[in-house]
Design a protein around this ligand. Structure first.
Ligand SMILES: NC(=O)c1ccc[n+]([C@@H]2O[C@H](COP(=O)([O-])OP(=O)(O)OC[C@H]3O[C@@H](n4cnc5c(N)ncnc54)[C@H](OP(=O)(O)O)[C@@H]3O)[C@@H](O)[C@H]2O)c1
Length: 255
C-alpha cells in the first residue's frame, strides 16, 4: 500500500473533510493521528473506523491556534511514534459577513485557526522532519485564496495567508527534502458554511459546477493520498484543485 509505515497527523479530523481524509489515508496503509478541538465524541467515532485499517492510530485533542498546546501535542507524537511523516493542515473555520459587519474578534478567530494554526503545526512538524531530511506538509486551502466569494472577506484573507505559507515554506524547506503543497476543495458538503444548508442555493451551485455535482468529503481522498505518498516526491509549492471545474466558472456567486 502506498502509505504503509507513514505516520500522518490530520488536524480537524473529527468531522467533514478531515474525517474523510483520516479514513481514506488509513485505508491506504497510514497510521493516523486523529485531531479534534471541540468534537471529541465524533473524533472517537472516526478513530474507531480508522483503527479497522491501522490499529496503531490514536486520538489527540488540541487547539491548533494555541502554540503551547500544539508543541506539547507534537512532543507526544514524537515520543509515541518516533517521527511524523506527513502533516495535513486541515482544521479550519469560516464566518460569513458583509464588510461593514466584520468584527475584530471574528477576524482574529478565523486567522488564529486557519492561518496561524497552520503555521504552528508546520513549525512543530519540521523539527522532526528536518532531522529525518524528509517530510510532506499539505495545507487545505480554498478557492477563496485566489478568487473571491461574496461576504467571505475574512475567510478569503486567511486562506490568502495559507497560500503564501505554502509557497514560502516550500521555498525554505526544499533543501531538507520537505515538500509543502496545498489541496484546494471546491464546494464540499460539510458543516463549515451555514449557507450549505440551503437546498435551493446548493442546487444552483451544483448546476454551475462543470462536473454537475457538489463534492463529498471523500472526494478529497485521491489527491490527498497522492500528495502524502512517494508518488509526489518531486512536487512542491503547488495547489491541486479538487473542485469539479468550479473555479472555471466566472460568477461563482449565484444570488
Ligand atoms: N467544505 C468546503 O466546501 C470547503 C471548501 C474549501 C476549503 N475548505 C477547507 O477544508 C477544511 C475542512 O473544512 P470542512 O468543510 O471539513 O469543515 P468542518 O466540517 O466545519 O470541519 C472543521 C474541522 O476543523 C476542526 N477545527 C476547527 N477549529 C479548530 C481548532 N482551533 N483546532 C483544531 N481543530 C479545529 C473541527 O474540529 P472540532 O469540531 O473538534 O472543533 C472540525 O474537525 C478547512 O480548512 C476549510 O477551510 C472546505
Amino acid at each position: 500500500m502506498v502509505l504503509s509505515d507513514r505516520i500522518i497527523l490530520v488536524t480537524g479530523s473529527s468531522r467533514g473533510i478531515g474525517a474523510a481524509l483520516a479514513r481514506g489515508l488509513a485505508r491506504h496503509g497510514a497510521t493516523i493521528i486523529v485531531n479534534y478541538h471541540r468534537s471529541k465524541d465524533m473524533a472517537l467515532a472516526v478513530l474507531d473506523e480508522v483503527k479497522k485499517y491501522s490499529p496503531e492510530s490514536s486520538l489527540l485533542g488540541f487547539d491548533v491556534g494555541d502554540k503551547e498546546a500544539v508543541d506539547r501535542a507534537f512532543e507526544q507524537i514524537i515520543s509515541g511514534y518516533g517521527r511524523i511523516d506527513v502533516l495535513f493542515n486541515n482544521a479550519g473555520i469560516m464566518k460569513s459577513s458583509q464588510i461593514e459587519g466584520i468584527s475584530d474578534s471574528d477576524t482574529f478567530d478565523i486567522f488564529r485557526t486557519n492561518a496561524i494554526g497552520s503555521l504552528h503545526c508546520l513549525q512543530a512538524a519540521i523539527l522532526s522532519m528536518k532531522k529525518m531530511r524528509s517530510g510532506k506538509i499539505i495545507n487545505i486551502s480554498s478557492i477563496s485564496q485566489f478568487s473571491p466569494f461574496y461576504r467571505s472577506t475574512q475567510y478569503a484573507m486567511s486562506k490568502g495567508a495559507v497560500n503564501m505559507l505554502t509557497r514560502c515554506a516550500a521555498l525554505e524547506l526544499g533543501e531538507y527534502n520537505i515538500t509543502v503543497n496545498s489541496l484546494i476543495p471546491g464546494i464540499i458538503e460539510s458543516d463549515i458554511d451555514p449557507r450549505y444548508d440551503d437546498p435551493a442555493l446548493m442546487e444552483r451551485m451544483r448546476k454551475i459546477v462543470p462536473l454537475q455535482s457538489i463534492g463529498k468529503p471523500e472526494t478529497m481522498v485521491g489527491s490527498a493520498v497522492f500528495l502524502a505518498s512517494d508518488l509526489s516526491n518531486y512536487i512542491t509549492g503547488i495547489d491541486i484543485l479538487v473542485d469539479g471545474g468550479f473555479s472555471l466558472f466566472k460568477d461563482k456567486n449565484p444570488q
